[in-house]
Design a protein around this ligand. Structure first.
Ligand SMILES: Cc1cc2nc3c(=O)[nH]c(=O)nc-3n(C[C@H](O)[C@H](O)[C@H](O)COP(=O)(O)OP(=O)(O)OC[C@H]3O[C@@H](n4cnc5c(N)ncnc54)[C@H](O)[C@@H]3O)c2cc1C
Length: 444
């Protein structure tokens, strides 16, 4: 028997994929008997906040992920298309109809047994997909901690912004590790140096920036000290940042031979080509404010943001130390993780990992060998990031082009002045790889 725990976006897609493969499964959902702090109904696939599944602009990264899902027969993508409401280039759905259609597809499916109960222990028989989401119940979180090791289960996401490498002004930033202590003999960080005036202006801007209203009340008060928002650190005193995430100690600027007044460090993420993370800059500011304020950082005046900072409740595992690229637990391959708890971020990314886990669980149950999705695809890149990123700095990811492999050198050179053409080429390569990998996928 295959058990799917959680009837959210990932679990619903997984259950429907298992049924589509001709197999039976039990879908366990605790709502409406037990609610989460964000869900309002007992419907399956309820969207907890915005009703947007992001851009449908052809050759954008969110489009590519959705296009791959459509080509692989995602049932939630079909329902999204049927319940779409007008919203420019975004795929935006009528949230009630979206969830109602998912609930009805599952309730009327004879191969899916819908069990309204809180799962407290992982079933020991058969194959299990854990898709209990960012607000996994406490009892189940305890069970997952037992299975994975408590230190590999997180309850808060403190995401720092990521900027495109080519938008950084390299005439201002300098490469160095604190006190010259590089991890691998190279200088690990890019450093954005502030003088006193720049620092004071930056602190003023942080203090006056508007925050995002919290989805869940506790988000406002319950910060771990280790993941305080930068604007909160700034509120504790004008110099607090200079002694915290912006401390300049051991970072002399080789061009002046002097230590800057303050520094913002940028770290290249492994498996994220061409992009840098603003270390320790998790924050609660509105996205447009982040763009304005962080462009005041010397060297980031023209920064293009691939992701903005956030802090929110999120239960997720340290996937790179636990999962294979097929989303199975390394120590127990009959257990899959999907959705937000597997270490992705976002509605469509949750649907995507649900589809992958559902299809792979069905193959495993049928005795087939599992092979990871091709690295060139958005799905393969997402799984490669989840299972192969640096576990020491792991942060959940949305799909973006920096997760996909670079173009080969000649092609990259050919398109070097045309970002749009580069992205179109990456999408063409991804869809080609998907078609070769799964020839029976529906092609546009
Ligand atoms: C408050 C909040 C707002 C968000 N807003 C957005 C947004 O606007 N856009 C976006 O792209 N992403 C957003 N996300 C992130 C994420 O994309 C969504 O949370 C998404 O719904 C995750 O899909 P999922 O299937 O992993 O989890 P969910 O959709 O949450 O599904 C998990 C299901 O598991 C059930 N469950 C939990 N524990 C148990 C148990 N022990 N037994 C049985 N069932 C259980 C839950 O009731 C739930 O139905 C938000 C997250 C949160 C927490």
């Amino acid at each position: 028997m295959i058990h799917v725990i959680g009837g959210g976006l990932a679990g619903s897609e997984a259950a429907l994929q298992i049924s589509r493969a001709g197999l039976r499964c039990v879908l366990h959902e605790m709502r409406p008997l037990q609610q989460t702090p964000a869900h309002k109904t007992g419907d399956l696939g309820e969207l907890v906040c915005s009703n947007s599944l992001k851009s449908e602009q052809e050759n954008s990264a969110p489009w590519l992920l959705k296009e791959e899902l459509r080509r692989l027969g995602s049932l939630l993508m079909e329902i999204a298309a049927r319940t779409r409401v007008p919203a420019g280039h975004a795929l935006t759905v009528d949230r009630e109809r979206f969830a109602e259609e998912i609930t009805s597809a599952i309730s009327s499916d004879p191969k899916i047994e819908l069990c309204r109960e809180e799962v407290q222990t992982i079933p020991e028989d058969g194959i299990v997909i854990v898709a209990s989401g960012p607000l996994t119940s406490n009892a189940l979180a305890g069970e997952i901690a037992r299975l994975t090791g408590a230190e590999r289960l997180f309850f808060y996401d403190s995401i720092s912004p990521i900027v495109e490498a080519e938008s950084i002004d390299h005439s201002i930033v300098f490469r160095a590790s604190r006190y010259g202590k590089s991890l691998d003999g190279t200088e690990d960080y890019l450093n954005c140096p502030f003088n006193r005036e720049e620092y004071e202006r930056f602190v003023d801007a942080l203090l006056s920036a508007a925050s995002v209203p919290a989805h869940i009340q506790e988000d406002q008060v319950c910060y771990f000290e280790a993941c305080l928002p930068v604007e909160e650190i700034a509120r504790r005193g004008r110099d607090t940042l200079r002694f915290g995430p912006m401390k300049p100690m051991g970072l002399d600027d080789p061009r002046t031979g002097r230590r800057p007044y303050a520094v913002v460090q940028l770290r290249q993420e492994n498996l994220r080509a061409d992009s840098y993370n603003l270390v320790g800059f998790q924050n609660h500011m509105r996205f447009p404010e982040q763009k304005c304020v962080f462009r005041m950082i010397p060297g980031l005046e023209k920064a293009e943001f691939l992701r903005y900072g956030q802090i929110h409740r999120n239960t997720y595992i340290n996937a790179p130390s636990l999962l294979t690229p097929t989303l199975q637990l390394r120590t127990q391959p009959s257990v899959f993780f999907a959705g937000q708890i597997s270490g992705v971020e976002g509605y469509v990314e949750s649907i995507a990992t649900g589809l992958i886990a559902g299809q792979f669980a069905a193959r495993l149950a049928s005795g087939e060998e599992l092979a990871a999705f091709p690295r060139e695809t958005a799905l393969g890149s997402l799984c490669s990031y989840i299972s192969g990123a640096n576990p020491a700095h792991y942060q959940p990811a949305n799909i973006s082009f920096d997760l996909l492999p670079k173009l080969d050198e000649a092609t990259g050179r050919h398109f070097r002045h045309d970002k749009r053409a580069r992205h179109a080429e990456i999408c063409r390569r991804a869809l080609g790889a998907l078609a070769r990998w799964q020839p029976d996928a529906v092609h546009a």
